[in-house]
Each structure stands twice: as C-alpha cells, then as structure tokens.
Write a protein that binds this ligand. Structure first.
Ligand code: DMJ
Length: 630
C-alpha cells in the first residue's frame, strides 16, 4: 500500500515536473496568478506544520527529526535544535500560541553548561541566531508577537552560550577553532584547521549580542576573525577554503563562492548593512570585485586556486545558489538574474539541485548526488522576485513546492534526497528546512499576495542571517538608519546625481535601461551612496546602493569579452582543469561523459586567466535550459 502510494507520488511528480517545463515555456499552462499564489502560500504553511508537528510529536526535545522512521536524533548539542531554529518562522507565520509556548519552554528548560563539543559556526548560526531573533520578536510590542510574561530569558541564554564559545577565539590569528566544548573550552587535541565560512560567519550574531548586552567583546572577536582571514587573502583578493588558525597558512587554497566560503561573503555585506560599519563594506567591495573577476564564468561560478586563479573545480555546488540573492542586496541584479536562471535549470533537470553539478560533463558530480533540503536557490528566488516582481520567480516557486511535496515529503516531515537522479529518500531532516527553506518559500508567495508580514511590512527593515533568522535594524542594533536602507531594490547609476537633475532627466523621458545596473558600468564612485534612489521599482523606498571601485586596467582586459546573452557558458575541462587525485579516478571511472547530452556550439570565445593559460569557452544550452528560457 505504502509502496503503491510512493509509486503514484513519483509518477505524479514526474508528470508535474514535465508539465512544469512546459509551464515555463508558456505553451500549456499559465504563470502563477494571485489566487494560485495564495493557495501556494497556504500549501507552504501546511508544509511547515507537517514538518514542525512531526518534529514536536516524534523528536522533540532531541535536535532533529528522522522523518521516515518518525524518531528523533541529537545532531548538534542535544538542545532542541529544530525548535530553536523554527522560532522566528513561527512568529513570521503569525502563530502566537506556538511561538509563545516554545519560547517559554526554552526559557525554562534549556541550559548550556553541558559537556558537549559543538561547532562554533553551526551553534552560532542556528542556536545563537535562533535565540536572538526570537528574543527580539518576543520582547518588542512593535512586532505584534510580544510575550507579556517574557523576561529576556532567551537573551540570557544567548549570552551564556556565546561566552562558552569565546575560548575558541584564543588563537594567534584571531580566527576561531572550528569546535569548542561548552563546559571545558577547546580540547587540546582539537583540530587547528577551520573553514573560511566557519571563521567568517559570526559577525551578525555576535554583533547583535554585543549591542543588546552592551558588552563589545562579542562584536570584537567576530570582527577580528574576519580581519584575520582577510589579512591572509591572496594578491588577487581571494580567500581559500581552509586555514590553520595558529599559523594562518591556507591548507586548502580553492577559492569559490560555495562550499566552505559562501557565507564569509554574505556576512561582509550584511554586517555593513546591519551595523553601518564601513570596514565591512570596504572588505566586501574588494572581495566581491575579485569574485566577479576570477570566479564568475557568466552565468556560472567556478573554484580557482586563490594565488593563480587557475580553475581547479568546474562545478556548480548547491551552496553557491545563495549568491544571486546576495547580489540583489548589493544592487547587482543583472548577473543575478542570469545566474539564477542557470542554477534553476539544474533544479528543473533533476527536480532538485544536487550538491554538485559538473559544468564540464553537465552531469551530477560524482559523490555529490544528494539534496539535503537546502534553501539557497529558494532564497535567491525570493530576493529576485522582491527586486523584479517578474512572475517567472513565482513559477519557480511552484516548481519547488511540487518537488518537495512529491519527492521529499515523508510520513513525519520532509526527507533528504540521497540521489537526485533516483529520488531516493533518506531518514533525516536538517533544522534549516524549517528555519530557511520553508520560510523563504512562504515569503515568496506572501509577497505576491499581500506582503503583510513582519519582514516585508513590519516595523523595521530586517536582515536575514545565513540561517534565515530575522535580525531587525532597530535603533539599538543598527547605525544604518543614517544610511539608505532599502534592501532588495536597486538604484539607477544616475542616482548619484542631484535629485533635481535626475527628475529633469526623467521628465525628458530618458528611460535608458542600460543604466539601471551599476556593475557593468565604469562607475567612478566608491562606497556608500546616501540619498534618494529615484529609479527604484518599489515606490517610497530609500535605497541601499553598492558601487564598485573604478576598474583597473587588468580588469578591463579580462572583462573585454563581449557581453553574453547565452544561457550558459560552460568551461570545458581541458588542460586548465587541475583535478584532485580522487577526482581524477572518479571522473575517469565515469568516462567524463554527460548523461544527458547538451547541445553545444562553439562560440569561438576564449580568455586568459591569470596564469596565461587558454581557457576554452563553449556556449551551450541543455534541453532544459532552452525549455525554461524560451
Ligand atoms: C544553513 O545552515 C545555512 O544556510 C548555511 O549558511 C549553509 N548551510 C545551510 C543551508 O544549506
């Protein structure tokens, strides 16, 4: 019976996936309309409760749910991780009752004086972030979710937890150890190697805690960690993936925007926006410019050696998919749109994004077949819809829902997919499914319905932490009120002109759209631009705007290749690809062949990387990409 149901579900899923290709092709079905958006929003709400109730009934107070067998497991510190990670989603959905009872339970029962060794990064983004965002909601009338009996219990817990992590920062570089024991500090056998994301993704949570407790130590150690990483950047302004926190030597020199590095970039920009600390902005500007120069192979991103910029890893990894969302926040919407289209084409091919998709073979990367319910592509979809209101992003949202409902839904929650080609389910549900994946999906459809939620129509502007937690720009936390503070829109490059001049130009019907996106212009202004952004799509808003420093000659040479409008530029793995030993075996084992042959045409493009090696660029379109974009 159960297996019949599974087969039926699978058949429906396949047919849905197929029909959604057609949907997006505009042949048979229509784009998502307001009524359907409302239905989808409600369906996503149902998804949240299927998983949340499944967790509460079967796993709580253990950390995470095993949704196939309907059991629980401790995966981080053994402190009701999924409940903490879900708190602000409950608030966002307006569920005062469950939000209140959950906050009260945590306030009464949680403690961190436990003999557990935990990841500094995961504990910060999931637990500390969850506690802080819930505290800021529960303690504030303006959110509409204030809990009358609440007496800062979560803030007290957050401070206690973070003090227990401070010993990890006692290193010569300021970059923290990857793990710390909450009772005894850092074990003498603890590994000295940590990831860039691990050391560089603490500034939001630690900074908020400092501003709420008036103790600067948290903000300082997190900033020192970022400085410690950035001081060791290469001459190309790239950072590697892993570093020794004692010697400061990079032990893994692959630079990229995905695995092991991703949220380092994210927190540079977001820390600036939330705290108004311009040091973060300057670092972000340099880091971003370099990423776009060396890692961006429009519309994809690759991993390169941080010193030479030689390509080492021509793979789309699913963690990269947050990048278009970050670009929206930075005001660089045009490349974000192209990259999202490319990444989404991978989702459409498999119904999920695999952890790795090889851009040379156009097939799932060996050993990286799973989809562990990650949010990144959905997060970027939300940001792009917010910025552009293009209905194609709602259509993408409908596809995400269909995939999750027919491929990942299991008896007590949502299951990881172990193999995106076979759609095999695994008995695990990461807490970020409720903190992020469902949250961004719900927000996407709510934007299309009435935007009447805390984030889009609340008392403050909010920054999302990398775990999707809501951090408000309140006066206590943020100095950014002095700046433009619109997130999710973009200014025209002429917004630097005096307002009067802009208005005059507009009244002369000068609506040249080539000026909207700043990145591709040679733009002579560095740093933050204060003032009005008259070109904003969404009226009455003031805009945060990010502009790059003037291009250097070196950049001009490298960027001289013609603007591409193709769906994908794929780097073919020839002599320029330096493979890791295990990768060589595995890829040769696979014959380096594509399972679904792409249609390829040689565009004749070639460009030089920093080592002077020739990179062969082939313009290609997979069938799916053509279906999606035509
Ligand atoms: C989450 O914990 C966070 O989004 C983190 O930045 C990356 N990994 C997961 C989601 O994929």
């Amino acid at each position: 019976m159960e297996s019949n149901f599974r087969w039926l579900s699978y058949a429906i899923f396949i047919s849905l996936t197929f029909s959604s290709f057609v949907l997006n092709n505009g042949v048979l079905a229509e784009s998502v309309k307001p009524d359907e958006a409302k239905q989808l929003r409600d369906e996503v709400r149902g998804m949240f409760y299927h998983a949340f109730d499944g967790y509460m009934n079967n796993a709580f107070p253990l950390d995470e749910l095993k949704p196939l067998s309907c059991q629980g497991e401790d995966t981080l510190g053994g402190y009701a991780l999924t409940l903490i990670d879900s708190l602000d989603t409950l608030a966002l959905l307006g569920d005062k009752e469950r939000f209140t009872s959950s906050v009260e339970w945590i306030g009464k029962n949680l403690q961190f004086n436990i003999n557990k060794t935990v990841s500094v990064f995961e504990t910060t983004i999931r637990v500390l972030g969850g506690l802080l965002s819930a505290h800021l909601i529960a303690s504030d009338y303006a959110t509409g979710m204030r809990i009358p009996s609440y007496e800062n219990e979560l803030l007290v817990l957050a401070e206690d937890l973070t003090r227990r992590m401070l010993p990890a920062f006692d290193t010569p570089t300021g970059i923290p150890f990857g793990s710390v024991n909450l009772m005894y500090g850092v074990d003498k056998h603890e590994s000295k190697i940590t990831s860039t994301a691990g050391g560089g993704t603490l500034s939001l949570e630690f900074g908020v805690l400092s501003r709420l407790t008036n103790d600067p130590v948290f903000e300082q150690v997190a900033k020192n960690a970022v400085r410690g990483l950035w001081a060791r950047r290469s001459n190309l302004d790239l950072v590697g993936a892993h570093i020794n926190v004692f010697t400061g030597e990079w032990t893994q020199k692959d630079a990229g925007i995905g695995t092991s590095i991703d949220s380092f970039y994210e927190y540079l920009l977001k820390a600036y926006i939330l705290f108004g600390d311009e040091e973060y902005l300057y670092i972000f500007q340099e880091a971003y410019r370099s990423a776009m120069q060396y890692l961006h192979k429009d519309p994809w991103y690759v991993e390169v050696n941080m010193d030479s910029a030689a390509i080492v890893w021509p793979v789309f990894n699913s963690l990269q998919a947050f990048w278009p969302g970050l670009q929206v926040l930075a005001g660089d919407v045009d490349p974000a749109i192209r990259t999202h289209t490319a990444f989404f084409s991978v989702w459409k091919r498999y119904g999920f994004t695999p952890e790795g998709f090889n851009l040379a073979t156009l097939s799932v990367q060996y050993g990286q077949k799973s989809y562990p319910l990650r949010p990144e592509l959905i997060e970027s979809t939300y940001w792009l819809y917010k910025a552009t209101r293009d209905p194609r992003y709602l259509d993408a949202g409908r596809d995400f829902v269909a995939s999750l409902q027919y491929g990942a839904k299991c008896p007590c929650g949502y299951c990881h997919i172990t193999d995106v080609e076979l759609h095999k389910q695994e008995d695990h549900m990461e807490s970020f499914f409720l903190a992020e994946t469902v949250k961004y999906l719900w927000l996407l459809f709510d934007l299309a319905v009435d935007s009447d939620n805390l984030v889009d129509n609340g008392p403050y502007k909010y920054i999302f932490s990398t775990e999707g937690h809501l951090l408000p720009l309140t006066p206590q936390i943020s100095l950014a009120r002095e700046h433009c503070s619109y997130f999710g829109g973009y200014c025209r490059s002429n917004s630097t002109k005096p307002e009067q001049e802009v208005l005059e130009e507009e009244s002369n019907n000068n609506h040249d759209r080539s000026n909207i996106y700043p990145y591709h212009e040679s733009f002579p202004v560095t740093g933050l631009i204060k003032g009005l952004c008259p070109g904003l799509t969404h009226a009455q808003k003031y805009g945060f705007f990010y502009a790059l420093p003037e291009k250097t000659e070196r950049e001009d040479v490298n960027q001289a290749k013609p603007e591409t409008t193709s769906n994908s530029i794929v780097l073919i793995s020839d002599q320029t690809v330096v493979k890791r030993p295990q990768q060589v075996d595995k890829e040769e084992e696979k014959g380096f062949t594509s399972q679904s042959e792409p249609i390829m045409t040689i565009s004749g493009g070639s460009s030089n990387d920093q080592t002077g090696q020739e990179l062969t660029l082939l313009e290609s379109e997979t069938d799916d990409q053509r279906l999606y974009s035509s």
